[in-house]
Design a protein. Structure first.
Length: 325
């Protein structure tokens, strides 16, 4: 009942694992996929390291409950979303909506939580409702991205590292509040988290929480040893905002240091917006884009593969779960 292959023989990702149910016939229940996954866990792990992404198609994973059952069954530990920098809705333990970003904009390529010391090893995405137009999730192999990027840009990021800067308001303002980002209203709990996560934090008189942390922008995959591009510098920099949003923010915040998020090199020097745009376009150019089908589940190695989101028209509902290993 299972067949495997590639969506595009010229591209290495995603590997497709698909039900062989005849067209018009009844799709297997989600429990079939759960049992197959558990019985073939070594194979899935091997192929995930090889391809970076696996698309499970035709297994009837068409509700949040099905997705939760699948991810909890095949993952040793799902992660709660902490230190968040985008709006999303928690549906149940470990299961969230994907980034709730205005549909008319493209979401730039990134590896989830690469701005944090606590990044997930794997991501599961599920399409519950496909958009009428667009809404694809581009996937790019970070091993290929680092090869395609200008060597000077890669060397600068590798040598200087990346400093992520955030200003989380206390209840009113653009972006997330610190209460949303850390899922608590207790300042002491936030301070403990920051202390344990090597994040510098400072409370401002207006209730805003200022955060700063420096991380590598190039990492070695813990299992394959591959050197990969792994940071969110292009997404954190204000040049990533659509121009009308950027101009609106600058009119409010005046100083770029007060923006909800920003980025620079680890030594405090500015990043060139032109270089960051080159990174964005290189990552997007290296990506594979395919239309979602309702019930699709995509499994990503979060270090090997980055993802984004295309603009879309009409209702769209995709879910995400993050796994520690």
């Amino acid at each position: 009942m299972i067949k495997t292959g590639l969506l595009d023989p010229a591209r290495t990702l995603p590997l497709v694992i698909e039900s062989c149910a005849e067209e018009g016939g009844k799709s297997p229940e989600v429990n079939y996929l759960i049992d197959w996954y558990k019985n073939n866990e070594s194979y899935v792990g091997e192929k995930l390291l090889e391809h970076g992404a696996i698309l499970f198609r035709g297994f009837g994973v068409n509700s949040p409950a099905h997705f939760a059952r699948l991810t909890r069954s095949v993952s040793r530990r799902l992660l709660e979303s902490m230190e968040e920098n985008v709006p999303r809705t928690k549906l149940s333990a470990g299961v969230y909506t994907t980034t709730e970003y205005p549909p008319q904009y493209r979401l730039s390529m990134h590896s989830e939580f690469s701005y944090s010391h606590h990044w997930p090893a794997k991501l599961f995405f599920c399409c519950i409702k496909a958009a009428k137009e667009g809404g694809e999730t581009p996937l790019a192999d970070n091993r290929e991205v680092i090869k395609k990027l200008d060597g000077r840009i890669v060397e600068d990021v590798d040598r200087k590292q990346v400093k992520y800067l955030r200003n989380l308001h206390g209840g009113q303002g653009f972006g997330l509040s610190w209460q949303q980002a850390f899922q608590t209203s207790e300042r002491a709990a936030v301070e403990d988290y920051c202390r344990n996560s090597q994040i510098q934090c400072e409370w401002k008189p207006n209730g805003t929480l200022k955060l700063s942390q420096t991380l590598p922008g190039i990492v070695m995959h813990p299992k394959t040893g591959d050197r990969v591009w792994f940071n969110q510098a292009p997404q954190f920099h204000p040049s990533d905002y659509p121009d009308e949003i950027y101009q609106s923010l600058i009119s409010v915040y005046k100083d770029e240091g007060d923006l909800p998020q920003n980025v620079c090199f680890g030594d405090g020097t500015a990043m060139d917006s032109g270089d960051l745009n080159t990174v964005r376009e290189t990552m997007f150019g290296a990506s594979v884009i395919f239309p979602w089908r309702e019930g699709d589940v995509v499994l990503l190695d979060n270090v090997l593969v980055s993802h984004g989101r295309m603009p879309f028209v009409g209702p769209r509902k995709t879910l995400v779960a993050m796994a520690a290993e």
